[in-house]
Design a protein around this ligand. Structure first.
Ligand SMILES: Cc1cc2nc3c(=O)[nH]c(=O)nc-3n(C[C@H](O)[C@H](O)[C@H](O)COP(=O)(O)OP(=O)(O)OC[C@H]3O[C@@H](n4cnc5c(N)ncnc54)[C@H](O)[C@@H]3O)c2cc1C
Length: 557
């Protein structure tokens, strides 16, 4: 259980969790118990099929995904709780694709119940609104456009779900101190409160976050860069009412014409994030009295409030060249870090896990060739490149790096006040999406994320199209040869493997629209909800060739 205390104040630099400056009663996070691992008493060194190091957002999502597929993994985390000890939440915004993944993992309703659902974003320059979006209008998915919730709640829900599934060996207070990668396995040295041990894995996933020592021990270049732009987060509860919308100011009159973001998250905590001047002193700007002054300048002198967290930060980014090196996968922040604009950090770590989980499962079960794992690199590296580009473009709009960029931005803002055409160029964050994947031998026309549109199941009940997956591939045929009772747009779905042919309905035509499929077309949905291709009526050979590419000819399906 996470309990919200009455008054808490924690000041921390979230980018370097070791530099905690002041810590009082914070959120009371769950404490998971340590059990001595078998390696401490057995003389023989076991070789596990899969070890995940790091129980943050990415590592826990992967463990949960694999557990649902019946794959046993050992998950090692140096801590015994979720979140960053002594700090409030890092991530708060979770976007639709991520929420669809969480729905598949069985924790969406908990996130929805606890978090704040929203779909409208507004951008202001001074007092004028210069850009807005509404992702709720025309939302095709059964999941919300966005939910704001403190990251540690999601992590705690994942831990509970993993524990309930009972497949994963969750090892808290197990700190990996050394790793050696061999041709066919990885060797690990682990410290625990009951002593140290050595263990081995056929495959290892490094989910240890931005400062991964495992990654660094392999001598891999992350191409890191740090922005001079400085911000100060204020997580606060106050007595003012605002709609549950994302508001951003590019030049806020109450912040010396610098940027500000405002978001609501669970427990009625607002995150108000202030852009600071280039010479701002992190210690000074995070003093409660200085933060209070900033808040009052915005919300008035009569403001009643309690701080939850004040955290100055500078952002950085990095990107590994390879997300699979030998027997080691890199997921989440260990592989890539982007500036926070657009919430593409944690969301993309979750998507890394969803991309890797089913592939590892098929390979470990001997149902697909090892080559399938290489597609993790092709697909998720391309996604990370795109995320980095998109987030960096926003960062440069908010903190121009040159006089030309500044000139461009000011011209856009001037035009956007008067002319709708210029509003699309206003950029305070392009929110996380399910990135399209490039063409590859697996999916010659690329793969794209299908939203979880509502369909009618053969039973007559409503469901989401992604619910059909049940861990496997699904071929959907947009055919008119199924009973007319369903609807005018008739479908048959074939779950590859043992499931029978099933009739489903698309009463509003949402599925055919989302799949861009015409009468008689076929699509192949992968276990991660991505469309692996679309074929014209009757081209079953094309569809089967794609399935062969994933599974390898002659493999068991
Ligand atoms: C201010 C801020 C705001 C953000 N806002 C958002 C947002 O709104 N939305 C969003 O999607 N993202 C956001 N992010 C990014 C998001 O927080 C990260 O991308 C996310 O936490 C990365 O998850 P991860 O699992 O890769 O790594 P982490 O969450 O860092 O987890 C790493 C885990 O590895 C463990 N570990 C580390 N070393 C070892 C070791 N040697 N042995 C064993 N265990 C180890 C740690 O204990 C930890 O549990 C934000 C980040 C910041 C800083």
């Amino acid at each position: 259980m996470i309990r919200y205390p009455r008054a808490i104040l924690v000041t921390v630099n979230p980018m370097t969790p070791s530099s905690v400056q002041l810590s009082a009663e914070g959120y009371q996070l769950p404490q998971y118990s340590f059990s001595p691992p078998p390696e401490l008493s057995d003389a023989a060194v076991p070789r596990h099929a899969l070890i995940i190091v790091g129980g943050g957002l990415a590592g826990l999502t992967l463990a949960c995904d694999l557990a649902q597929r019946g794959i046993h993994a050992v998950l090692l985390d140096e801590d015994d709780t979720v979140g960053v000890r002594g700090a409030s939440s890092r991530g708060i915004v979770y976007a639709q694709r991520t929420l669809e993944i969480f729905a598949g993992l069985g924790i969406y309703s908990r996130i929805q119940d606890k978090g704040v659902t929203w779909s409208v974003g507004r951008t202001f320059d001074g007092d004028d609104e210069v850009y807005s979006f509404n992702r709720g209008a025309g939302n095709a998915s059964r999941q919300a456009a966005f939910i704001n919730i403190q990251q540690f709640y999601i992590e705690a829900f994942l831990v509970e779900r993993i524990s309930a599934l009972g497949v994963t060996d969750l090892r808290w207070r197990n700190r990996v101190t050394r790793m050696v990668s061999h041709e066919d396995h990885v060797e690990l040295w682990v410290d625990t409160p009951a002593g140290s041990y050595r263990t081995e894995a056929q495959w290892l996933v490094d989910a240890t976050g931005a400062n991964s020592a495992l990654r660094d021990s392999m001598g891999l270049d992350t191409h890191a860069s740090r922005s001079p732009d400085r911000w100060c987060i204020t997580d606060v509860r106050f007595n003012k009412q605002f709609p549950s919308e994302r508001w951003t100011w590019i030049r806020a009159p109450f912040n010396d014409d610098r940027a500000v973001w405002q978001h609501l998250m669970a427990d009625e905590v607002w995150r108000v994030d202030f852009q600071m001047g280039p010479d701002a002193d992190p210690e000074y700007v995070s003093k409660p009295e200085v933060a209070a002054e900033r808040l009052r300048a915005y919300l008035g002198q009569d403001l009643e409030f309690e701080f939850v967290w004040i955290g100055p930060y500078q952002y950085r980014d990095h990107l590994l060249d390879e997300f699979l090196v030998g027997r080691v996968f890199f997921i989440g922040d260990s592989a890539h870090v982007v500036s926070p604009f657009g919430a593409r950090g944690g969301n993309s770590g979750v998507q890394d896990a969803a991309n890797l989980g089913w592939k590892l499962s098929l390979v470990l079960k001997g149902q697909a060739p090892q080559a399938l794992l290489e597609s993790y690199q092709t697909e998720r590296h391309a996604a990370a490149v795109e995320n980095l580009k998109v987030a960096s473009t926003t960062a440069r709009f908010l903190a121009s790096l040159s006089p030309i960029e500044q000139l461009f931005r000011d011209a856009v803002l001037g035009l956007a006040r008067e002319h709708p055409f210029a509003r699309g160029m206003v950029n305070t964050g392009r929110m996380s999406v399910g990135n399209a994947y490039p063409s590859s031998p697996l999916a010659p026309t690329g793969a794209w994320a299908l939203p979880n549109v509502e369909i009618t199941l053969a039973s007559g009940e409503r469901g989401g199209v992604l619910d059909l997956l049940q861990g496997g591939f699904v071929a959907i045929v947009f055919a008119d040869s199924v009973p007319p009772a369903l609807s005018h747009a008739q479908l048959t779905a074939y779950a590859c493997g043992s499931s029978p042919l099933t009739g489903i309905g698309d009463p509003q035509g949402q599925l055919s629209k989302a799949a861009r499929a015409g009468e008689g077309d076929m699509i192949l949905l992968r276990p991660d909800g991505y469309c692996a291709g679309r074929w014209r009526r009757g081209d079953t050979a094309g569809l089967m060739a794609t399935l062969d590419a994933y599974f390898g000819e002659g493999m068991t399906r």
